[in-house]
Write a protein that binds this ligand. Structure first.
Ligand code: OXD
Length: 309
C-alpha cells in the first residue's frame, strides 16, 4: 500500500513514525513538488492543489482535521469519485467542549470583569448573571457542536441549537434552516459558532445576524475566521450591543500584530488552538478506516462535496 503524506505546518516525521506502527508494510512518502507518482491513500492537511489534481487512482484522501474547507476550495479541480474523509472527533470534541465551556463560564461568572478589576486595583462585587436569561446557542450540531452541547448541559444552561437540516438533540431546543435562524438568534444570549465553512456559511456572522442577538450577547467562534465579518463585530462591541467575544479563528492567521481586535479588551483571542489534531487518535482512526475500505466495507466521515462538509 502506498501512502502519500502532506501537512502544511509542522514536521512530518512524528506522523510517519506513528503511521509505521500501524502500517509496517506500507510504503510511506512525504509529497514533494512534482511528485505525481501513484498512491493509494493521501493523508493531508491544507494540501496544495498540485498534490491532488492528477490523482485519479487514489482510493481516498484523509483530512487530518475536522474542517475540510482547505481541500474543497479546489472544487471541480479535485479528482472526481475519490472520497474525501474527515476525522470524526478523534479527540477534538472534548477539546472544543473544554474551550467553549471555559469561555461561556468566564463570561457568565463575570471573570473577565473581575480580571480587569484586579488589574485596576479594585475589589468590587458584581451581581451574577441570571441563568434564565442566558441561553447558549450552538450554530452547527455535528460531532463537535453536539459534544459542546453535552458539556454545557451539565451546568444547567438553557441550550439552543441551529443546523441546516432538522436535528433532534436531547436537552437542546433545535432550530433548522433559514426559517429557524432568526428565532434561534433572538433567543441566544451566547452564540457559539461550530459550523463547517461552506459557500453558505461564509460571512454568516455579520452586522445583520449578530444584531439579532439580544443586547449584551457574547460570541464564541471556534469554527473558521471566514464565518465572521470582523469589522461588523468590532462595531457591535464598540456600541455595546455585543458584550464581548472569544475568538480562536480569524480571517487572516496569524492575526496581524496591528489588527484592531488586539486593542479591544472585550475580545479575547487565541491562536487557533481550540482543538488540536491528536496524532495517535487520528492515525488509529484513519488506519481503521483504511482497513475497512480494503475489506470493501463502508466508512463514516466521507464528505458530501456538494454540501461542503
Ligand atoms: C480543524 C482545525 O479543522 O484544527 O481540525 O481547524
Amino acid at each position: 500500500m502506498r501512502i502519500l503524506f502532506h501537512a502544511a505546518d509542522g514536521n512530518p516525521e512524528p506522523w510517519l513514525a506513528e503511521l509505521r506502527t500501524v502500517f509496517p508494510d506500507a510504503h510511506l512518502r512525504v509529497w514533494q513538488e512534482g511528485d505525481n507518482g501513484p498512491a493509494d491513500y493521501a493523508l493531508v492537511w491544507k494540501p496544495p492543489l498540485e498534490m491532488l489534481q492528477q490523482r485519479a487512482g487514489l482510493k481516498a484522501v484523509f483530512n487530518l482535521g475536522a474542517g475540510v474547507d482547505a481541500i474543497l476550495q479546489f472544487g471541480d479541480a479535485l479528482p472526481q469519485g475519490v472520497p474525501i474523509v474527515r476525522l470524526d472527533d478523534a479527540g477534538m470534541g472534548v477539546q472544543m467542549a473544554e474551550y467553549v465551556t471555559y469561555a461561556v463560564l468566564r463570561y457568565f461568572r463575570r471573570f473577565d470583569e473581575f480580571e480587569a478589576q484586579a488589574r485596576a486595583g479594585q475589589w468590587r462585587f458584581l451581581k451574577p448573571h441570571d441563568k434564565q436569561d442566558f441561553a447558549v446557542g450552538i450554530l452547527g450540531l455535528g460531532v463537535l457542536g453536539s459534544r459542546i452541547a453535552q458539556a454545557l448541559a451539565h451546568f444547567g444552561f438553557r441550550l439552543n441549537g441551529w443546523s441546516r437540516t432538522p436535528k433532534d438533540l436531547p436537552g437542546v431546543q433545535c432550530h433548522a434552516g433559514a426559517q429557524g435562524f432568526d428565532e434561534f438568534l433572538r433567543s441566544s444570549r451566547v452564540l457559539v459558532c461550530a459550523l463547517p465553512l461552506t459557500g453558505e456559511t461564509a460571512g454568516l456572522l455579520n452586522r445583520d445576524t449578530l444584531g439579532k442577538l439580544p443586547q449584551h450577547s457574547y460570541l464564541i467562534n471556534v469554527a473558521r475566521g471566514a464565518h465572521l465579518v470582523e469589522e461588523d463585530l468590532l462595531k457591535l462591541v464598540q456600541n455595546e450591543h455585543i458584550a464581548g467575544a472569544t475568538l480562536d479563528v480569524f480571517q487572516q492567521e496569524p492575526l496581524p500584530p496591528a489588527h484592531p481586535f488586539r486593542q479591544e479588551p472585550r475580545i479575547t483571542i487565541t491562536p487557533h488552538m481550540a482543538a488540536l489534531t491528536l496524532r495517535g487518535d487520528s492515525v488509529r482512526q484513519i488506519a481503521g478506516k483504511i482497513s475497512a475500505m480494503e475489506r470493501g466495507e463502508p466508512i463514516a466521515g466521507v464528505v458530501d462535496r456538494t454540501r461542503g462538509y
